[in-house]
Design a binder for this molecule. Sequence first.
Ligand code: ATP
Ligand code: MG
Length: 257
Amino acid sequence: MKIAISGKGGVGKTTLAGGLARYFAETGGRVLAIDADPDSNLPSSIGISIEEASKIKPLATLKDLIAERTGAKPGTFGGTFKLNPRVDDIPDEYGLEFKGIKLLTLGTVPKGGTGCLCPESTLLRVLLRHIMLKRGEAVIIDMEAGLEHLARGSTESMDAFIVVVEPGQRAIQTAHQIKRLAADLGVEKIFVVGNKVVDDGDRKLIEDGVAPMQLLGFMEQSEDIREADRKGVSAYDIGGEFKGQIELIAKKLREII
Ligand SMILES: Nc1ncnc2c1ncn2[C@@H]1O[C@H](COP(=O)(O)OP(=O)(O)OP(=O)(O)O)[C@@H](O)[C@H]1O
Ligand SMILES: [Mg+2]
């Protein structure tokens, strides 16, 4: 199962990605969690301490690795480099192991629209394609907010997109935009998780608003989740209702995919 988690800023993408990674790892699967947000915070959502997380070097910043694999000379933008660098060892060599999850942090890729042909983005693109086509684990990608990541190349081989939506028209509109862009990439399976819901009115607002996209379930507005973020720990470890809600979402996902 290879899923990308997307949605408007602050809706709960990272909270869901961390929860699902923990649940799939706990229930016996191997999980590759990919932090594709330059403003990386998936580690703490998974449960990795802030101190450990601060030691993670994002792949896009590993200049020696990028130079070695692509043949690009560091600092020489515009020079020639390999378009098909070797990447098969990267998940195991550079992934951080935590509770059955292998975490890869991508870091910031130089922007430049869909045609950006720099060594860093080439390496990451080839790596993601390798992971999608050749790796056997469940893959969960925590995306950055907005739509830029939907540019062709990084998420085209996903099985599904999960769009996180909070009760409000802006998050709902973003979900529809993501659905259209994902369809352009050939990804037809777009599911929605409603987050920060307080009551049945919120549930209905989301359900009606995102139709005909299929809902996987809801995460409720919760003091536990806020508390986890304040402490820099995973909501999954705090207990409360969150774990149960993640379990329902994950089971539904397994059923469908
Ligand atoms: N159900 C919830 N109840 C209460 N707080 C929540 C809930 N879900 C998320 N939050 C809080 O909302 C904030 C944003 O959550 P999160 O980082 O998961 O969103 P995001 O979509 O990944 O954000 P970004 O777009 O910045 O990457 C965090 O402080 C998080 O703790
Ligand atoms: Mg996030």
